[in-house]
Design a binder for this molecule. Structure first.
Ligand SMILES: Cc1cc2nc3c(=O)[nH]c(=O)nc-3n(C[C@H](O)[C@H](O)[C@H](O)COP(=O)(O)O)c2cc1C
Length: 367
C-alpha cells in the first residue's frame, strides 16, 4: 500500500493515535477520524439543508467521528453542480445550516462545512436521475450557464463562458460572504473543495486555464485566483477558527499540475492562513488516472509536512488497521467517505475498546 512508502519527515509522536485529539488554531477536535464531505443532492428548492441532512449527519455525528464535514456547499447559485446542492448565500440557508450545525454539536461531534465553486463542472443532473453528473442541464430546463477560466468544457457538460475580471471579483465576494455565513451558522471549521476539477483547480491547472491575462499563463498567473480565494475565505472567516483546503497535489497527467507546483501553492496558502491540507489528486479531466489503492494520495504528504503544514487525506479506507498505519506516520488525520455511507457507526466500530466507554450512553444496553 502506498501509505507505507511515505517517509515521515518529522518524528512521529509514539503516543499519537487516530483517536488522539488534534488542535487547529483555537479548535480542539476530539479525534482524527472525520466524516468526508459527500454531496447528498437533497437540498430544498432554495438550497437549504432538509430533514434528510439532519438524519444523515446526525447519525454520523453520533457515530464517533471527531468532525463532520458537511458536503460541498455552493457560494452562489451559478457555482452549484446541480439544482439540489446546498448553498450558503441566503438567510434562509443560514437558518437551516444553523439547525444542522447545532445538531452535530449537540450529539458530540464538531460541525464543519465545505464550500464549493464548481466552475465548468456546473449545471448537471443528480446521480440518480435520468441525466446524471456527466449530462448538462440547459438553462431552459432549470440549469444555468457555467463559468470557467477558459471556454473548455468538462466531458459532456456545457461549454463554459470565460470569466471576466468582474466575474472573478464577484465570485471572490461570494466566497467571503459564504465564509461569514458559515461562521454565523455555527460551523467550527471551514473546508474548501479546491480539488476534483472545481474552479480553484481549473485556474491552477494549465490543462484547464489557457488565459493570457493576469489570471493565467505561468505558474504565478495560475496561482493568482487560488491564492485570492484563500484570502477571500480568510477575510470572512474568524482568525480563531481553522481553514482546511482539499487541494490537488498533482493532475497525474503530463502538462498538468505537478507536485512541485503544489509545494509552492501549499507554502503560499499556509502563509495566507490555511491550517490543514487535505491531499487529493487527479479528477481535472476524465482521462486522469483515478487513485484506487487505499490512501494512495498519502504518498505526497511528506512534502507538505516538511513545510510544517498538517495533512489529511481520504481514499478507500474500510478497516481500522488502515487508520493506525496512516496516523501519525503519513498524515495527521483521515477523512472517511463511502465506508460511512454504508455504516454511520463505522468510527465507533473501528475504535474498538469497551463499548460502555466509547458508544453513546443511550446505546449501552445493546452490549
Ligand atoms: C456520494 C459521494 C459524494 C461526494 N461528494 C463530495 C463532496 O461534496 N466534496 C468532496 O470534496 N468530495 C466528495 N466526495 C469524495 C469523498 O469525500 C471522498 O474523498 C472519496 O469518496 C474517497 O474516500 P472514500 O474512499 O473513503 O469514499 C464524494 C464521494 C461520494 C461517494
Amino acid at each position: 500500500m502506498a501509505i507505507t512508502s511515505a517517509a515521515p519527515d518529522r518524528p512521529a509522536d509514539a503516543k499519537t493515535t487516530p483517536w488522539t485529539s488534534i488542535r487547529l488554531r483555537e479548535l480542539t477536535l476530539p479525534n482524527r477520524v472525520w466524516l468526508s464531505p459527500m454531496c447528498q443532492y437533497s437540498a430544498d428548492e432554495y438550497g437549504a439543508p432538509t430533514e434528510w441532512h439532519l438524519a444523515h449527519y446526525g447519525a454520523r455525528a453520533a457515530g464517533g467521528v471527531g468532525m463532520v464535514m458537511v458536503e460541498c456547499t455552493a457560494v452562489a447559485p451559478d457555482m452549484r453542480t446541480t439544482a439540489r446542492d446546498l448553498g450558503l448565500w441566503s438567510e434562509h440557508q443560514v437558518g437551516a445550516h444553523r439547525r444542522l450545525a447545532g445538531l452535530i454539536s449537540s450529539v458530540g461531534s464538531v460541525p464543519a462545512v465545505q464550500l464549493g465553486i464548481a466552475g465548468r463542472k456546473s449545471s448537471h443532473g443528480v446521480p440518480w436521475d435520468n441525466t446524471g453528473t456527466r449530462h448538462p442541464v440547459a438553462p431552459a430546463a432549470g440549469g444555468w450557464q457555467p463559468l470557467a477560466p477558459s471556454p473548455l468544457p468538462f466531458s459532456g457538460l456545457a461549454t463554459p463562458r470565460s470569466m471576466t475580471a468582474d466575474d472573478i471579483d464577484r465570485v471572490l465576494g461570494d466566497l467571503e460572504r459564504a465564509a461569514r455565513n458559515a461562521h454565523r451558522a455555527g460551523y467550527q471549521a471551514l473546508g474548501l473543495q479546491a480539488s476534483n476539477g472545481y474552479l480553484f483547480h481549473q485556474f491552477l491547472s494549465p490543462l484547464a486555464n489557457q488565459r493570457t491575462d493576469a489570471w493565467g499563463g505561468d505558474l504565478e498567473g495560475r496561482l493568482r485566483f487560488p491564492l485570492a480565494v484563500v484570502s477571500a475565505l480568510r477575510a470572512g472567516w474568524p482568525a480563531e477558527k481553522p481553514l482546511l483546503i482539499r487541494a490537488p497535489v498533482s493532475d497525474l497527467l503530463d502538462g498538468g499540475v505537478t507536485a512541485d507546483d503544489a509545494e509552492i501553492l501549499v507554502a503560499r496558502m499556509a502563509q495566507l492562513g490555511v491550517d490543514l491540507l487535505d491531499i487529493n489528486s487527479g479528477a481535472l479531466v476524465p482521462e486522469a488516472p483515478r487513485p484506487t489503492e487505499p490512501l494512495e494520495n498519502a504518498r505526497f504528504a511528506h512534502r507538505f509536512r516538511r513545510l510544517g503544514v498538517p495533512t489529511a487525506t481520504s481514499g478507500s479506507v474500510t478497516e481500522a488497521h488502515q487508520l493506525h498505519r496512516a496516523i501519525p506516520e503519513s498524515v495527521d488525520a483521515l477523512f472517511i467517505g463511502r465506508a460511512m455511507l454504508r455504516d454511520p457507526y463505522w468510527a465507533l466500530r473501528a475504535r474498538g475498546g469497551r463499548p460502555t466507554e466509547v458508544w453513546p450512553k443511550q446505546y449501552h444496553r445493546a452490549f
